[in-house]
Design a protein around this ligand. Structure first.
Ligand SMILES: C[S@@+](CC[C@H](N)C(=O)[O-])C[C@H]1O[C@@H](n2cnc3c(N)ncnc32)[C@H](O)[C@@H]1O
Length: 183
């Protein structure tokens, strides 16, 4: 990772609790999975200031891939995310969408290698329903806050566990990650 990106990420970490950014270990883990699996097309629901988006886009820049990242908070967090991505030099790997999932999902590509959910927890079931057929075989869905928001995530966890063709893993990192792999 270049020094410019390292500095932007370090700056964003100063406000991570204010903007609910993922933890650095979680970010490094997701960045490593993308590089290792050579994923190319990724959707993130919940951009906030673009911290997780930059880690994802940095990995995708090595795979010649592209991130579609969606944020519904127009005036504050979407605008801050725009600033983050403009400074990063990674814009050609990022489409930053002002919109609310799942309604805005049809504006994105038909198939994804990876979907990262980090938005309103109660809505994950709706996102899963809207996205499960758009995730490639062998592709992955990652949801943050498995342990910190276990109650609002419960319907989603039950849904993915009872959906045929999905293998589910828990990773004890940051606030807890659920990883679903589509067979
Ligand atoms: C936990 S923060 C995202 C943090 C970001 N992933 C990071 O680690 O840098 C959640 C964000 O999701 C946005 N959000 C919540 N529900 C959404 C939805 N249904 N569609 C798009 N954005 C949503 C919120 O406005 C908020 O900025």
């Amino acid at each position: 990772m270049n020094n410019k990106l390292k500095n932007i990420l370090a700056e964003l970490e100063k406000t991570s609790s204010l903007y609910w950014n993922i933890s650095r270990p979680t970010a490094i883990f997701i960045n490593s999975i993308i590089k290792e699996a050579k994923y190319k097309t990724i959707l993130e629901v919940g951009t906030s200031t673009g911290y997780s988006g930059l880690w994802i886009a940095e990995a995708l820049s090595q795979n010649n891939g592209h991130l579609y990242t969606m944020e519904s908070h127009a005036k504050g967090r979407f605008a801050l995310g725009e600033e983050t991505f403009a400074k990063s030099g990674l814009q050609k790997h990022i489409t930053h969408i002002l919109g609310h999932a799942p309604e805005a999902i049809p504006t994105t590509p038909k198939k994804f290698d990876l979907v990262f959910l980090d938005a309103t927890k109660e809505e994950y079931v709706d996102h899963f329903e809207a996205l499960k057929s758009r995730i490639k075989k062998g592709g992955t869905i990652i949801a943050d806050n498995l342990y910190s928001h276990s109650i609002p995530l419960k319907p989603f966890v039950e849904k993915i566990n009872s959906t045929p063709d999905w293998k589910v893993y828990e990773i004890a990192i940051g606030t807890g990650l659920l990883i679903g792999v589509k067979n």
